[in-house]
Design a protein around this ligand. Structure first.
Ligand code: MCA
Ligand code: AMP
Length: 473
């Protein structure tokens, strides 16, 4: 059973968004009623940061129907791809919101926060696809990652063990609900434990302060959020006090710089715990709540997860010297079943049963993994979002003012990396803002270039391939 608390802890508060909340009994009623109205095929969920999104996803899980969470800021082109690739039978959305054309063309079921108590549907098989989450690759449009119930249950239970996560925990976060971090860890995690989650709607240090001061015990965030906390916590006494009282602060989705770790520890005594995962693998490693906290390390393999480092020749690195770098490959019940409609990409992602993460790391004598980089330069992590350089280049090339383009990520204190577009203009150079809007409108706002640099020509090799490493920095 994915959510035993739905029937086991009726009066306990399960979810809170602003001044709206649901107990487990209320969630069972509204999600159970919606589950009974769902078709058998896939459903799209308009994944705003609301109670409605969580109810919609829980309903789909109760019904055993795969849900496709959609970024409510998604651009036209990306949405067309997601809809045609995942072919949802209908869309679930909160009442009153206007949906973009590609979703408005589907049958719609409004998520209402009322219902009739009744039997919950029988639990689906553990291998049934539960969620399809779209994730960017180096080239081409995002791929749909098919996540079975088994992966969700095992990853959340491994985190229960690593973080001593219990029904008494109240989690606060402000993560978007169309990715693994915010949706699976941040919403389904507390529900599986029978605990409570308080979603802030949007991130602010003030929101975090208030929620922790009101009794939240844990916080999840991406490094950009912790960076903003680190910048304020030295002078904001209320924030420092609230953070000091938390049981566990967890960061993930990208590396949290050691300097930010140190600023937070200096002001609060807290040592932020980092965990490492991926849309395809869910969670692989974590610093344990009861283990040594090593800033800058993503900790040790979670229960049930096999982790190996593989060198360039394809050999597994023996021993743990804390220095030899290899690609992280993982195996375990936390893994996805495949990319939707992409057996070619699924096959290419595995090496003899091990999933190739593309992340490069070392492992020390205590088994702690330290991520040092990424194999592909064409993947950018900005604000914790993974973004493919190729998808942005393709869209920018459609703009009439762009003759040639190369997209790179460069270090950014706030976002980790910022997207830079190197453009050879066709005629009069377009305004940087216009190019950013073009990408935001067709793909998504978080994929827009933050910097546009114009060049007379892109550096290329004899074969005509762009040499991104030769771009001036
Ligand atoms: C700005 N905006 C625009 C434009 N410019 N909209 C349209 N067109 C434009 N040209 C809007 C944005 O949509 C946003 O709206 C607002 O202006 C500010 O934008 P931005 O600067 O991009 O946002 P931010 O405030 O800097 O966001 C920082 C953030 C965000 C809150 C940290 O990056 C974030 O939520 N990151 C989380 C990513 C995440 O969850 N990753 C998990 C995937 P508005 O403010 O209204 O939105 S990784 C994963 O799942 C794996 C498994 C793992 O390990 O966790
Ligand atoms: P995504 O594909 O969006 O799910 O992002 C997964 C990627 O995020 C991983 O392959 C890593 O590169 C990165 N990542 C996640 N957590 C961490 C972490 N704690 N430290 C460094 N990188 C991370």
């Amino acid at each position: 059973m994915l959510f035993p608390a739905l029937t086991g802890s009726p009066d306990k508060e399960a979810l809170r968004f602003g001044d709206q909340s649901l107990t487990y009994a209320e969630l069972a009623t509204v999600a159970g009623t919606l589950a009974r109205a769902l078709p058998r095929g896939r459903v799209a969920v308009w994944a705003t940061s609301t109670l409605h999104t969580t109810v919609a996803v829980v309903a789909a899980l109760l019904a055993g129907v795969p849900a496709v969470p959609v970024n409510p800021k998604v651009g036209e082109r990306e949405l067309q791809h997601i809809v045609s690739d995942s072919a949802p039978e209908l869309v679930l959305a909160e009442p009153g919101v206007t949906l973009p054309d590609a979703l408005a063309a589907l049958p719609r079921l409004d998520v209402v926060l009322t219902g009739t108590p009744g039997e919950l549907p029988p639990e689906a098989d553990t291998e049934t696809p539960a969620l399809i989450v779209y994730t960017s690759g180096t080239t081409g449009p995002p791929k749909g990652v098919v996540l079975p119930r088994r992966a969700i249950a095992t990853t959340l239970d491994a985190l229960e063990d690593a973080w001593q996560w219990t029904a008494d925990d109240i989690l606060v976060h402000a993560l978007p609900l169309f990715h693994v971090h915010g949706l699976i860890l941040g919403m389904l995690g507390p529900l599986r434990r029978g605990g409570t989650v308080h979603h802030l709607g949007r991130f602010s240090t003030e929101g975090v302060t208030n929620a922790l001061a009101a009794g939240a015990t844990m916080m999840f965030g991406v490094p950009t959020m912790y960076h903003r906390i680190a910048a304020e916590v030295g002078t904001d006494e209320a924030l420092a006090k609230a953070l000091s009282g938390a049981r566990l602060l967890v960061s993930g989705s990208a590396a949290l710089p050691v300097h930010d770790h140190q600023l937070i520890t200096a002001a609060t005594g807290q040592q932020v715990v980092e965990r490492y995962g991926m849309t395809e693998t869910l969670m692989n490693t974590s610093v344990r709540a009861d283990g040594e906290r090593k800033a800058g390390s993503v900790g040790v393999p979670l229960g049930g997860v096999d982790v190996r480092l593989v060198d360039e020749a394809g050999a597994t690195i023996a021993g743990s010297d804390g220095e030899t770098i290899g690609e992280i490959q993982v195996r375990g019940p936390n893994l996805f079943t495949g990319y939707l409609n992409r057996p070619d990409a699924t096959a290419a992602a595995f090496d003899d049963g091990w999933f190739r993460t593309g992340d490069m790391a070392t492992r020390d004598a205590d088994g702690y993994v330290r991520i040092v980089g990424r194999k592909a330069t064409d993947l950018i992590k900005s604000g914790g979002y993974k973004i493919g350089a190729g998808e942005i280049e393709n869209i920018l090339l459609e703009h009439p003012g762009v003759a040639e383009v190369a997209v790179t990520g460069e270090p950014d204190a706030d976002l980790g990396e910022r997207i830079v577009a190197w453009v050879v203009a066709a005629g009069e150079p377009p305004a940087a803002e216009e190019l950013a809007d073009h990408v935001a409108r067709l793909l998504a706002p978080h994929k827009r270039p933050r910097v546009v640099r114009f060049l007379d020509a892109l550096p290329r090799n004899d074969m005509g391939k762009v040499l991104k490493r030769a771009l001036p920095s």
